[in-house]
Ligand binder design. Structure first.
Ligand code: NAD
Ligand code: PRE
Length: 302
């Protein structure tokens, strides 16, 4: 049995359009409604036939949904929930895909009864945005973290778990606070570092921009991919997950200072020991078959 029969997706960019494509592929019987605030995105979504109905306003897209997924930047999740609240059917479950969770849960809780809310975060994505960037296999073999709210209905969480599993994801549950701490170090800090290093390289007066582009080999090139990620999305993530990111940044700065000192004092053992430990982490990720985040991996499996 399908976990939901009428799904509404608000925000039809990379993640929303990937969910739509994956639902079409894995649950073809599901009716899909959609809405995006940007008329050009709605036009593209219609041309791509992402949904059965694309509504020009958010309320109209949710009136008969049994699952509504908010796929908009983190800062827009609360405001969109407030707009759709009067049109939500009483038994509809409201979820989201935001990259940070505690502030999202608070924003949703302020406008929708707890019973209906099951926040989620598919830990899968690329540096690209918009409806054309999505692909059906984005969630295959990737984690989707659910952060059920206090007072939430466990049956609602179980149905959402079944939905994400149908899309090919593995599901874990944790508190929003723990999610935000873990993702601060595994996703948010790496993006901050990538934005910084690419910014530093482009600001150098002694090395030209064309030299940076010309000689960017593997390592720097990987940073430029991450630093090409959507500015609106990441502005919102850093503002929403402020405390956890600042905590991780503090630890990172201390570790960086220790490395700086090791280089200054020629402490090769310290450098060698750290690089040996970090190499083991990379090898552990590969052994667990988790090194499939690259966009071409997903597309090749569409
Ligand atoms: N990009 C990733 O790698 C990734 C991965 C996992 C989760 N997420 C999360 O998914 C969400 C969407 O990210 P994305 O990568 O799909 O972004 P995107 O920019 O590709 O799509 C977001 C869409 O939301 C629309 N939108 C913005 N405000 C709106 C509003 N008020 N009402 C209706 N539509 C609105 C935009 O027009 C845009 O089409 C974000 O919360 C992000 O944190 C992103
Ligand atoms: O692979 C990428 O491009 C990503 O940045 C994906 C990534 C991540 O950091 O892993 C980015 C943000 C999300 O919330 C989840 C996934």
């Amino acid at each position: 049995m399908l976990p939901f029969s009428r799904v509404s997706i608000i925000g039809l960019g990379l993640i929303g359009s990937s969910i739509a494509r994956a639902v079409r592929q894995h649950m073809p019987g599901v009716h899909l409604a959609g809405h995006d605030a940007d008329p050009a995105v709605r036009e593209t979504a219609r041309a791509l036939n992402l949904c059965d109905d694309i509504a020009d306003n958010a309320g109209a897209a949710v009136t008969d949904a049994d699952l509504v997924i908010l796929c908009v930047p983190v800062g827009a999740i609360g405001p969109v929930a407030e707009v759709i609240a009067p049109d939500l059917p009483a038994d509809a479950i409201v979820s989201d895909v935001g990259s940070s969770k505690a502030s999202v849960a608070a924003a949703l809780g302020a406008v929708i009864p707890a019973r209906q809310i099951v926040p989620a975060h598919p830990v899968a994505g690329t540096e690209n945005s918009g409806p054309e960037a999505g692909f059906a296999s984005l969630f295959h073999g990737r984690w989707c973290i659910l952060t059920p709210v206090d007072g939430g209905d466990p049956v609602a969480a179980a149905r959402l778990q079944a939905f994400w599993e149908r899309l090919g994801a593995q599901v874990d549950m944790m508190t929003p606070e723990h999610h935000d701490l873990v993702l601060a170090v595994t996703s948010h800090l790496p993006h901050l570092i990538a934005y910084t290093i690419v910014g530093t390289a482009s600001d150098l007066e002694t090395v030209t921009r064309s030299e940076v582009i010309k000689y960017s080999a593997g390592g720097f090139r990987d940073f430029t991919r991450i630093a090409a990620s959507d500015p609106t999305m990441w502005r919102d993530v850093f503002l929403a997950n402020r405390e956890a990111v600042l905590d991780m940044l503090q630890r990172f700065s201390e570790d960086l200072s220790a490395l700086q000192r090791a280089i200054r004092w020629g402490d090769g053992d310290m450098l060698f020991d750290l690089f040996t430990r970090t190499r083991a982490i990379r090898r552990g990720i590969i052994e667990q078959g988790q090194d499939d985040a690259r966009p071409d991996f997903g597309r090749a499996h569409d």
